[in-house]
Design a protein around this ligand. Sequence first.
Ligand code: UD1
Length: 411
Amino acid sequence: MLVPGKVRLMGEVEVSSSKNAILPILAASLLSDETKIIKNVPDIRDVTVITELIQYLGVKVDYRDRSLHFSGGAVRETPPYELVRLIRASFLVMGPLLAKKGSVRVSLPGGCAIGTRPIDLHLKGFEALGASINVTGGDVIAKANQLYGNHVYLDYPSVGATENIMMAASLAQGTTYIENAALEPEIVDLANFMNSMGARITGAGSNVIKIEGVEKLSSTDYSPIPDRIEAGTYMVAAAATAGDIIIKNIIPEHLKAVTAKLLESNAIVEENNGHIRVYRQQDIKPVYIKTQPYPGFPTDMQAQFMAYLSLARGSSVITESVFENRFMHVAELLRMGAKIKTEGRTAIIKGCRELTGARVRATDLRAGAALMIAGLTARGSTNIMNSEHIDRGYENIVAKLNGLGANIRRV
Ligand code: UD1
């Protein structure tokens, strides 16, 4: 992907539905045999992979008018490794399949032992609901003829574990309480989706979620929330390029931490009527950021902010406290002239006057987005290799940025 630099983004852009809301919603559709219609589904690779996985499990899938129509229930309980290895969120089918079929077998992602890339909290939750867990030959097998409601305390408010346990508990006998649950808006959206099928979930969005098990779930027709990370990425892109853009289909409430850091850094963020306008006229002020579970600063915005703060007047500090190894973009930003030093989970970013276009590699989805932002500001063109990572989570990103005045080409 070729990103010509020195662009000021101007105009309007519309955010798509949330990737991280839709993935668990698609998994939760396995909880019911009736027809489920999910509207405004973005055309992104992660959604395609989970949809193929659900289809493989035996559900009839039809995509029309940007809506996914699912009918019938799963007949298989082992998703294929070729799809599972492509996306970690495949684990989200475990809870629904366990609850619905009484058994599920899922491969661990290639080369990742449980210890290094843990799903221990998901499994502890299933066990608390009465499932037996076995790990053999790189597969996790969970079984239970009947799940029973229980108190599940999460040592850490894991997003995926909260979702998986919520889905498993929805068809359990009795009531489950997830304590120290994740608070992310995507959890609330999943609960709303499940309740629209007849689940009885209260407290989503707080740290105790109550799930009263029901016998079965029914049909629904549902539109997921807008993607707060996609929105945040365009907000940072506007600030980084000293542009002026209006972002539509956004829930400002979900972006408080991002907005606070943009304001602190001298960008202007104006909210009105569900739109957000972001522009910047003054130099970028350095800021301190620590990623945290919601409502803290999202780890999924860390890389984009690092690209932005590379241009600040002074030194910023970013501490990544959610994931162990999430500084892969640093090496690529250095290639563009950024001045960043890392020590453990902390990065010190010494602002520089400008970045220089270079040949760089998108190591993951958000790292790729950060490189696009860096490229838009740089002198010269930036050639981003492995840009397919970006398409995992950003719908039509090239067309959307070009609509704001960029001139990006896929090569
Ligand atoms: C979700 C998001 C991802 C985001 C992350 C944190 C989806 C599809 N993905 O990922 O974009 O970056 O939330 O906001 O929604 N952990 C354990 N044991 C577990 C589970 C997690 O130790 O059983 C650890 C992880 O290694 C990580 C931390 O908890 O260090 C956060 O993970 P988690 O909240 O589970 O993130 P995901 O659901 O994988």
